[in-house]
Design a protein around this ligand. Structure first.
Ligand SMILES: *Cc1c(COP(=O)(O)O)cnc(C)c1O
Length: 227
């Protein structure tokens, strides 16, 4: 068996075990395979093993992969930092954009989303630890941005995304994810129909699932280390 297929089976079973441990339904947690810096052949191998959702961080790199994989029915997610002059490519080629951190970007995406495509799924990125090196907004700013994005006709606001600072132990890993979970609950209480917590990577997948993640973004554990 190819490594990528083996790894995928392993990651799926890790998701299932964590779900069982924390009284969650494994079917409520989707797996996004993060394929940044990996060639189209690797994506093909994952596809052959049943994977359909793939995440890319760099627009130029993603654009190079699209033609090589156009025969496959893939759901592309953009999980990188967004430049406002690059929104058209996102609007025309992706199913999801996870890193929304300002209204202007959301508005451009909505304006540029082709009518022939379903609404673009988006998540607001939260900088939970207020790290200067990371994009995302503070938790206190989420409610008002979410209200405004929710009005945009060609977007579908699905929920929240975060990439907390790394921690060794699971208790420390869970804390920022719990804050995201509370914030999603508050949005729901305010009448917003959001259903997604995009959180959990290779090193903190269990903590994220414990705190209600509905979409884990896994790169290294599927495709191996990136050079
Ligand atoms: C690279 C990346 C991932 C995947 O990280 P791994 O540690 O390789 O699983 C997930 N989310 C974002 C936003 C990333 O940039």
């Amino acid at each position: 068996m190819q490594n990528i297929e083996k790894n995928l089976i392993q990651v799926r079973s890790q998701i299932e075990q964590a779900a069982n441990r924390y009284q969650r339904s494994p079917g409520d947690i989707s797996l996004l395979a993060v394929s940044k810096k990996k060639p189209p052949e690797d994506i093909r191998a994952a596809y052959a093993a049943g994977q359909r959702d793939f995440g890319e961080n760099y627009l130029q790199e993603a654009q190079q992969k699209f033609p090589a994989l156009s025969d496959l029915d893939l759901n592309w997610h953009f999980i990188g930092a967004i430049q406002s002059n690059k929104t058209r490519v996102l609007a025309e080629h992706f199913a999801w954009v996870h890193g929304i951190d300002r209204f202007k970007i959301a508005q451009r995406l909505s304006d540029q989303r082709p009518d022939s495509m379903p609404r673009l799924n988006v998540c607001i990125q939260i900088n939970v630890d207020l790290e200067p090196s990371k994009s995302g907004i503070a938790l206190e700013q989420v409610a008002s941005l979410a209200e405004r994005i929710n009005q945009l006709p060609r977007l579908r606001l699905r929920g929240l995304m975060a990439m907390p600072a790394p921690h060794e132990d699971i208790k420390a890993q869970r804390e920022p994810f719990a804050r995201l979970r509370h914030e999603l609950y508050r949005l729901n209480q305010n009448g917003l129909d959001c259903d997604t917590l995009s959180m959990g990577m290779s090193h903190d997948i269990e903590a994220a699932i414990a705190e209600g993640s509905t979409l884990v973004r896994i790169g290294t554990a599927i495709f191996g280390e990136r050079l």
